[in-house]
Ligand binder design. Structure first.
Ligand code: NAD
Ligand code: UGA
Length: 435
C-alpha cells in the first residue's frame, strides 16, 4: 500500500514512521525546508522518544521518504492522510482550518485512480463534508472518498500509543474506503487493536469529546487539590482511592499547574465554539476552560506567596519549561504564563529543561538557561518544579539546598515529598498535599 502523509509534525511524522514500520511505503510531504533537511539526514526535528531509531531503520529500508514535492506522492497514493496543524484561530478561538483547506487545494490536481483522503488532523465536525464539497467542485471527474480518522496519541509516548491504541476510529460511510482503511490498519487489528467504523460526524466530534473529557478530569482534580489543602486531605491519597472505582479510573487525576500542550487548550476552545454555533452550548466545558486559565495564573501567585509575599529582587529557579515531560513542545505550556508573571513582579528567572530550550528560548525572553537543576539552584531563593521530567526526580535536594540562597521549594507537580524536602532543609509547598 502506498501512503502519502501531508505534514511531518508531531502526528504526521510519528504516524508515517509507524505505518512504514508495518511495511507500507510512506511518502511524507512537508513544506518546512529546515524540517525536511533534518529528516533527510535521518534526524528527527522534534524530540520524541524512540523516533530517531524508527526513522533511520525505515528510511534505510527505503519505505519512508521525505519530500516537498506533493505531485508524485499524491498521484501514487492509495491513501492521503492530512496531518497539518489546526491551531486556535486568533480572535474567535475556533480551529484555524486554513492549512487543511490549502493542502486539499494542492492535492486536487494530482488525484489519480481511487484515492482515500483522510483527515488525521483534529478538525471540527462537518470539515470532512466541506473537504468533499471543495474537492468535488475542483475535480468533478475525481474518484475519491473522504474519511475522518482522528489521532489519539500523546506526545512523549507517541510511538507506544500509535502501536498500542485503545481504539482506531474511522469515520466513513463509503464501502470502498472501509476496505482500504481496514487494510491500512490490518497490522494493528491483528494485534487486537479495536478498529471502529462509525459515521464521519461521530468520528470528528468524538475526538473533541475525548480531549474535553480528559481536560475536565484535570480541572476537576486541580479544584479538588485546592480543597484538599484547605481541609488537610492529601490529593494523591484521594485520587488513588477514587481511581479504584473503574467508573472513574485512575488516569488523568494528577493535579498540577493546569493542562497545556498543542491540543487540549485549542480543542476545548474549538468545541466551545462549535457548540455555541450549533445552539447547544457546552457550559461544563466552558467552565473547564475558565478553571484552567485561572489555574496557571494562580500558580504564579502561589510561588509569590511561598516566597514570602513578593518575588521582587529574588532569583527563582524553574525546573521544566515544556508542557509535559518527554517532549520539546512548548505550545501553551504553563511556564509561558508563570515565568513572565514572575518576571513582571521583579524576579530574576533561571530555567532548566532537558529538551525544551530550542523552542522555549524565543518564547521566554530575559531568562537565564541552566544546564542542570543544580546549576539552576545555585544562589536561587526559590526552586519551582513546573514539569516533572524524570531527571528532576533524582535531584539531590540536600545538594540543591546547600547551593541556594533561600530555602523555598514549590513543587507544582508533586515530584518530591514533604519528608524529603524537610530533611533537606526546605520550606515545602506542594499541590493538594500538606506542606
Ligand atoms: P505540527 O504543527 O507539529 O505539524 C504540522 C506540519 O504540517 C508542519 O511540519 C508544517 O510544515 C506542515 N504543513 C502545513 N501545511 C502543509 C502543506 N500544505 N503541505 C505540507 N506540509 C504542510 O502539528 P501536530 O502537532 O503534528 O498536529 C497536527 C494535527 O494533529 C493537529 O490537527 C492536531 O490537533 C492533531 N493532533 C496532534 C497531536 C499531538 O500530540 N501533537 C495528537 C493528536 C492529534
Ligand atoms: C493529549 C491527549 O492525551 C491525547 O490523547 C490526544 O491525542 C492529544 O492530546 C491531542 O489531541 O493532541 P498530549 O497533549 O500530548 O495528549 O499530552 P497529555 O499527556 O494528555 O497532557 C496534556 C496536558 O495535561 C499536560 O500539560 C499535562 O501535564 C496535563 N496533565 C495530564 C495533568 O495536569 N494531569 C494529568 O493527570 C494528566
Amino acid at each position: 500500500m502506498n501512503i502519502c502523509m501531508i505534514g511531518a509534525g508531531y502526528v504526521g511524522l510519528v504516524s508515517a514512521a509507524c505505518f512504514s514500520e508495518f511495511g507500507w511505503t510512506v511518502t511524507c510531504v512537508d513544506k518546512d525546508p529546515q524540517r525536511l533537511a533534518e529528516l533527510k539526514d535521518g534526524k528527527s526535528p522534534i524530540y520524541e522518544p524512540g523516533l530517531d531509531d524508527l526513522l533511520q531503520r525505515n528510511m534505510a529500508a527505503g519505505r519512508l521518504l521525505f519530500t516537498d514535492n506533493l505531485g508524485p506522492a499524491a498521484k501514487n497514493a492509495d491513501v492521503i492522510l492530512l496531518a497539518v496543524g489546526t491551531p486556535m484561530r486568533r480572535g474567535d478561538g475556533y480551529a484555524d482550518l486554513s492549512y487543511v483547506y490549502a493542502a486539499v487545494e494542492e492535492i486536487a490536481p494530482h488525484l489519480k485512480g481511487f484515492t482515500v483522503i483522510v483527515t488525521k488532523s483534529t478538525v471540527p465536525v462537518g470539515t470532512s463534508r466541506e473537504i468533499e464539497r471543495r474537492l468535488r467542485a475542483a475535480r468533478s471527474d475525481g474518484d475519491f472518498a473522504i474519511c475522518s480518522n482522528p489521532e489519539f496519541l500523546r506526545e512523549g509516548s507517541a510511538i507506544q500509543d500509535f502501536m498500542h491504541p485503545d481504539r482506531v476510529l474511522v469515520g466513513t460511510d463509503d464501502e470502498r474506503a472501509k476496505d482500504v482503511m481496514g487494510r491500512l490498519y490490518q497490522p494493528l487489528a491483528l494485534r487486537s487493536a479495536p478498529v471502529m467504523f462509525v459515521g464521519r460526524e461521530s468520528a470528528e466530534l468524538a475526538k473533541y469529546a475525548a480531549n474535553a473529557f480528559l481536560a475536565l478530569k484535570i480541572s476537576f482534580i486541580n479544584e479538588i487539590a485546592d480543597l484538599c489543602e484547605q481541609v488537610g486531605a492529601d490529593v494523591q491519597e484521594l485520587a488513588s482511592a477514587i481511581g479504584k472505582d473503574r467508573r472513574i479510573g485512575d488516569k488523568f487525576l494528577h493535579p498540577g499547574p493546569g493542562y497545556g500542550g498543542s491540543c487540549f487548550p485549542k480543542d476545548v476552545s474549538a468545541l466551545i465554539r462549535t457548540a455555541r454555533e450549533n445552539k447547544s452550548p457546552v457550559s461544563l466545558i466552558e467552565q473547564v476552560q475558565r478553571v484552567n486559565d485561572e489555574r496557571k495564573i494562580a500558580m504564579a501567585h502561589r510561588v509569590e506567596a511561598a516566597a514570602g509575599g513578593s518575588v521582587r529582587g529574588k532569583t527563582i529557579a524553574i525546573l521544566g519549561a515544556t508542557f509535559k515531560p518527554n517532549t520539546d513542545d512548548m505550545r501553551d505550556a504553563p511556564s509561558l504564563i508563570i515565568v513572565p508573571m514572575l518576571q513582571e513582579r521583579g524576579a530574576t528567572v533561571r530555567v532548566v529543561d532537558p529538551q525544551g530550550r530550542r523552542q522555549a528560548e524565543p518564547l521566554l525572553p530575559g531568562v537565564t538557561w541552566s544546564e542542570s537543576a543544580l546549576e539552576a539552584a545555585a544562589g536561587a531563593d526559590v526552586l519551582v518544579t513546573v514539569t516533572e521530567w524524570n531527571e528532576f526526580r533524582a535531584l539531590d535536594l540536600k545538594a540543591a539546598k546547600a547551593k541556594m540562597r533561600g530555602d523555598v521549594l514549590v513543587d507544582l507537580r508533586n515530584v518530591f515529598t514533604a519528608e524529603l524536602a524537610h530533611a533537606a532543609g526546605f520550606r515545602y509547598s506542594a499541590v493538594g498535599r500538606k506542606p
